[in-house]
Design a protein around this ligand. Structure first.
Ligand code: PAF
Length: 286
C-alpha cells in the first residue's frame, strides 16, 4: 500500500495503474474508519483493480467548530485498517494541499443542498460538495463509493456528478449497524453509555415506521407525525427533523411514491446523529 499526501504523487500512481488497464475506485472518507467504511472499501476492492482511500477531515463542512475539533483522528489505525483490507493507495493530504492559500472557488449544490441537513447545518453541503469534487478531480476514479447512512449526501453527490459532467459511477452501499441497531458513525465513540441507549431510539422508530408502512398503514402525513412524536417524546433526545420523503427528490410527497425514505436527525447531548431507512425495502439496500 502506498500512502501519500501529494496530489502529484497520487495522480502518478493512478495514471500508472490506468496505463495498465486498471479500473480505479475511490472511497472518500474523513478517517476514523469503522465497519461502515470498511464495507465501502470491500465493495471497492471487489469491483475495482486499484482502490484509493482518501483520508481528510474537511473543516468547511463542519458548521460547528467544536464538532470539528472533537472529530476523532486516528491516522495510524486508519492506515492499518486500509492495509488489512487490501487498499492500494491512501491519499491523506494536509489542509494546505486541499485548500491552498488564495483559493476562491466553492461548489454550490442548489436546492437539494438546502433541505434537511442543509437547513440545520448551513454551509455543510457546500463544504462536502467542494471537497468531493476536489477529491474526484485528483483521483479521477471510474467509481466512487459512499454510504447510505448519509442519505442526502449521496444524493447531492449523484446530482453534482450529473450537473458537472463528471463521468463517475456513484455506488451507494448499505448502512452498517451495531447489534443494538445504532447506525455506525465516527461520532458514536463520543457517546457515553447512557447516551448510546438513547441514540438507539432513532433506528427503533425508523424500523417501526417501516413495519407499519409495509403492513399497509399508508397514511403518510399520519406516519410522519407519529415518527416525529415518538422522537420528540424520547427523553434526552433533541430532534432536528423526522420525516418521510421521496427518496429521489427528498420532497415530502403525499402520494405513495416509490421509493420512500424516512430521514431522522437528532442530538444526544452535543453529539448529532442522523439515520434513515428505505420504507419499501426489506433490507438496508438502497
Ligand atoms: O461522508 C464523509 O465522510 C464526508 O462527508 C466526505 C464524503 C468524505 C467528504 O468530506
Amino acid at each position: 500500500m502506498r500512502t501519500t499526501g501529494s496530489v502529484t504523487e497520487v495522480r502518478e500512481l493512478i495514471a500508472e495503474a490506468r496505463r495498465a488497464g486498471s479500473r480505479v475506485g475511490v472511497v472518500p472518507t474523513m478517517g476514523a474508519l469503522h465497519r461502515g467504511h470498511t464495507s465501502l472499501i470491500e465493495a471497492a476492492v471487489a469491483g475495482c483493480d486499484l482502490v484509493v482511500v482518501t483520508l481528510f477531515v474537511n473543516g468547511p463542512q463542519f458548521n460547528d467548530p467544536d464538532d470539528f475539533l472533537r472529530y476523532p483522528r486516528r491516522l495510524q489505525d486508519d492506515l492499518d485498517t486500509c492495509r488489512g483490507k487490501g487498499v492500494d493507495v491512501v491519499f491523506a493530504p494536509d489542509e494546505q494541499t486541499i485548500y491552498p492559500p488564495g483559493g476562491q472557488t466553492t461548489v454550490d449544490v442548489g436546492h437539494l443542498g438546502t433541505l434537511f441537513e442543509g437547513q440545520h447545518r448551513p454551509g455543510h453541503f457546500q463544504g462536502v460538495a467542494t471537497v468531493v469534487v476536489k477529491m474526484l478531480n485528483i483521483t479521477t476514479p471510474d467509481t466512487a463509493f459512499f454510504g447510505q447512512k448519509d442519505f442526502q449526501q449521496q444524493l447531492v453527490i449523484r446530482q453534482l456528478c450529473q450537473d458537472l459532467h463528471l463521468p463517475i459511477d456513484i455506488v451507494t452501499c448499505p448502512t452498517i449497524r451495531d447489534d443494538d441497531g445504532l447506525a455506525l458513525s465516527s461520532r458514536n465513540v463520543l457517546l457515553a453509555p447512557e447516551q448510546r441507549v438513547i441514540a438507539t431510539s432513532l433506528s427503533r422508530v425508523l424500523r417501526h415506521a417501516r413495519e407499519q408502512w409495509q403492513n399497509g398503514f399508508n397514511d403518510l402525513p399520519a406516519l410522519r407525525q407519529q415518527l416525529r412524536e415518538q422522537l420528540e417524546s424520547t427523553p434526552g433526545l433533541e430532534l432536528d427533523y423526522a420525516t418521510i420523503v421521496d427518496a429521489n427528490t427528498l420532497e415530502e410527497t403525499t402520494a405513495d411514491s416509490d421509493p420512500l425514505v424516512a430521514l431522522v436527525a437528532a442530538s444526544v447531548g452535543n453529539i448529532r446523529l442522523i439515520d434513515n431507512l428505505l420504507l419499501n425495502a426489506t433490507s438496508e439496500t438502497a
